[in-house]
Design a binder for this molecule. Structure first.
Ligand SMILES: Nc1ncnc2c1ncn2[C@@H]1O[C@H](COP(=O)(O)OP(=O)(O)OP(=O)(O)O)[C@@H](O)[C@H]1O
Length: 348
């Protein structure tokens, strides 16, 4: 099986000298605060089950201390679990021997960090080829590959610059070029854009989305920012106190938040950029009217298209171009401002 998917199954991490001894008490309901108080151990992760589909971006989101970094570090086993499995293409990373683990880390995974982790005395080019050097790839070949990625991330002309001559956004581009040069199937991005200014951050998200539409890596992206999660995530898992409180598409989470905690998170979200027209369309009655609009078009884009065509009605088409429903501008605009509960009661 080589779907390049990652399956996290029943994963527990309890920090402390005798973590294993406390898995059962946690399974039986002891929470983080009580475990810390009574036994002096820290509950990092509790019964995590997440499927991260191959070729997709899975975002792990949560506030500080919710367990995001602990989780991503299990994927390349920088942290060993207290219990549970992390399967990649069906193989448990947690059971790999030293040699297999070294190969897995070097060839299958690449990490992009918040603080860039660039070597200050190396140029952009030398930083980018660093991973290939370790792998023992011949210099001419590694330079050729690195130069290609440096250009793809928009740094052509900066190959001989040193990190301290670059802005934060440019340094993060070097981090991305270095990760891509490794040609790994899995890209692990730990708060990669959190230190960047908002506009640069959006630029970097765009760079990632453009590259991903072509490269189809299995990306695990950690963030504490919901807008970033919604923009990037094919799938989003939200952690709280080491547990998954909800997972699904951005649209699922925004329209049906699992609890008050997530409701508070999604309250300010711009629904127009998250909800798809197919969610609010009416069944077709009669022949299709107006423009065809793809089912997965977000409301804001649909409204823009219809407004510029001076049309109030459009028909929604599936991936094969078959008409499956209809929408009008008023419904779209209403849905963009309506809270999730209204959608549900309307749909019920
Ligand atoms: N080595 C460690 N020893 C003890 N406790 C730890 C260790 N590493 C993490 N923790 C604890 O595990 C929990 C999860 O931490 P983690 O760093 O994974 O959260 P996070 O969501 O990544 O937070 P942040 O956004 O601040 O990085 C926290 O309570 C943290 O204090």
């Amino acid at each position: 099986m080589t779907s390049h998917a990652i399956e996290v199954k029943n994963l527990y991490k309890i920090f402390g000298p005798r973590g294993e001894d406390y898995v059962d008490v946690v399974r039986n309901g002891m929470g983080k605060a009580e475990l810390n108080e009574k036994h002096g151990h820290v509950l990092g992760l509790q019964d995590i089950n997440i499927s991260m589909p191959g070729g997709c971006i899975t975002v792990v989101m949560g506030l500080s201390g919710s367990g995001k970094s602990t989780l991503i570090r299990h994927i390349n086993r920088l942290i060993d679990p207290t219990a549970g499995e992390v399967l990649y293409d069906g193989v448990d990373v947690c059971k790999m021997n030293e040699n297999d683990l070294r190969n897995f880390r070097r060839h299958k995974t690449a990490m992009v960090f918040q603080k860039f982790a660039l070597l200050p005395h190396r140029t952009v080019l030398e930083n980018t080829i660093y991973g290939l050097e370790i792998q023992g790839v011949e210099r001419r070949e590694s330079e050729k590959r690195a130069l290609g990625w440096i250009e793809r991330v928009g740094l052509k002309g900066f190959e001989r610059h040193y990190p301290n001559q670059l802005s934060g956004g440019m340094q993060q581009r070097v981090g991305l070029a270095r990760a891509l040069t490794n040609n790994a199937e899995i890209l692990l991005m730990d708060e990669a854009y959190s230190a960047l200014d908002p506009l640069i951050r959006v630029d970097m998200q765009t760079v990632l989305l453009e590259l991903q539409s072509e490269l189809k890596k299995t990306v695990v992206f950690i963030t504490h920012d919901l807008d970033e999660a919604l923009r990037l995530g094919d799938k989003i898992a939200i952690l709280r106190d080491g547990r998954v409180v909800q997972q699904g598409t951005g649209q699922e989470i925004v329209l049906s938040p699992a609890d008050d905690y997530i409701t508070a998170f999604v309250k300010e979200v711009n629904r127009g950029r998250v909800v798809h027209v197919e969610t609010i369309m009416r069944p077709l009655s009669g022949s299709p009217e107006g423009l065809p609009i793809a089912a997965d078009t977000v409301l804001e884009a649909a409204a823009r298209t219809m407004t510029s065509a001076h049309l109030n009605t459009a028909h929604v088409v599936d991936a094969n171009g078959r008409p499956i429903g209809s929408v009008d501008l008023q419904t779209i605009i209403g849905a963009m401002v309506m809270p999730a509960s209204h959608h549900e009661s309307k749909a019920a």
